[in-house]
Design a protein around this ligand. Structure first.
Ligand code: CP
Length: 311
């Protein structure tokens, strides 16, 4: 693997999932692979799981890890040809090349503005870093994608499914803040590559990009969509067409024990209790959110392993 910035960078998904599950059983098997290799992790935004699981994954492979919260560094310029006489002190051109000298792999988290759709869709931070860096890049959630989360989700469904072709429903849920579409986008793209019956449900106005949803069925009736589901993946996202706007906080979309039926409950976390999902779901055996978070380590580890093998 050369980079992991999007789902399509996975060369063989079934094999990658199988190898991640094997790594989980024997996490230190490839301790020498990352010896004298360094992962630099750049954070433009907050993180709990991604930060800790990716660091753990790198250390399981014997790598050194350096973490930089970008707020602690110089304010970066991304535009070409700018006269840098305002608040930006360093251009990504120099920064990316300099960091590449300290790193064998760079991982980056950079959320969208949710104000400027064109800028967000250009993935200007991720792609400028990739353009000017001289080492592989791993996406730890960008403006439009969260491929490490989606790989952990695919591992979790593979581990837990009791059916050859489970029914998986991605359900929008309310949230007081405007959130990115990244998790939903990558989950859909990942599941479209698996032997899974996927349905998306959300209120009207929350349609995701058609470039992502393609032919996946969308049902505006949540109760109907959730019927006979094996896995219910719940996530809030802000409007894509009315970009970045919160159009509804309708709490009738919150996932309840009654709506869940016999399905397993999935969420990437962090989750707002009794807004997105009620306590009785999260505190029940049907919730697999902790297992999902654990699988973030093995998703990151299989990605780093495949990149290290290709250096
Ligand atoms: N799911 C996820 O990416 O969690 P963090 O934002 O805490 O990293």
């Amino acid at each position: 693997m050369k980079n992991y910035t999007k789902i399509k960078d996975i060369i063989n998904l079934p094999e990658t999932i199988k190898d991640a599950i094997l790594l989980k059983m024997n996490p230190f098997e490839f301790q020498d692979l990352g010896k004298h290799k360094t992962l630099v992790m750049l954070f433009f935004n907050s993180s709990l799981r991604t930060r800790l699981s990716t660091e753990k994954a790198a250390k399981n492979l014997g790598m050194e890890v350096m973490i930089l919260n970008i707020n602690d560094a110089w304010n970066l310029e991304f535009e070409d040809g700018t006269i840098m006489n305002m608040d930006k002190s360093e251009h990504i051109k120099e920064a990316a090349q300099v960091i590449s000298q300290y790193a064998d792999i760079i991982a980056v988290r950079a959320f969208p503005t949710l104000q400027d759709k064109a800028k967000d869709e250009s993935e200007y931070i991720l792609n400028n870093l990739k353009k000017h860096a001289t080492v592989p890049i791993v996406n730890m959630e960008s403006a439009t994608a969260h491929p490490l989360q989606a790989l952990a989700d695919a591992i979790t469904i593979t581990e837990l499914t009791e059916k050859a072709k489970p029914k998986v429903v991605l359900s929008w849920a309310p949230h007081p803040k405007a959130l990115p579409q990244a998790v939903a986008n990558s989950f859909i793209e990942m599941i479209q590559n698996m032997d899974v019956d996927l349905t998306i449900t959300h209120p009207e106005g929350y349609e995701l990009s058609e470039a992502i949803t393609k032919n996946t069925p969308i049902n505006y009736n949540q109760e109907e969509a959730l019927k006979d589901a094996d896995f219910v993946y719940t996530k809030n996202w802000s409007s894509y067409n009315n970009y970045g706007k919160v159009l509804s906080q309708d709490n009738s979309w919150m996932v309840t024990k009654a709506k869940l039926g016999h399905a397993k409950f999935m969420h990437c976390l962090p989750v707002r209790r009794n807004v997105v999902v009620e306590d009785t779901v999260l505190d029940s055996d049907q919730s697999v959110v902790i297992q999902q978070a654990n699988n973030r380590t093995y998703a990151a580890q299989i990605v780093l392993k495949q990149i290290l093998e290709d250096l």
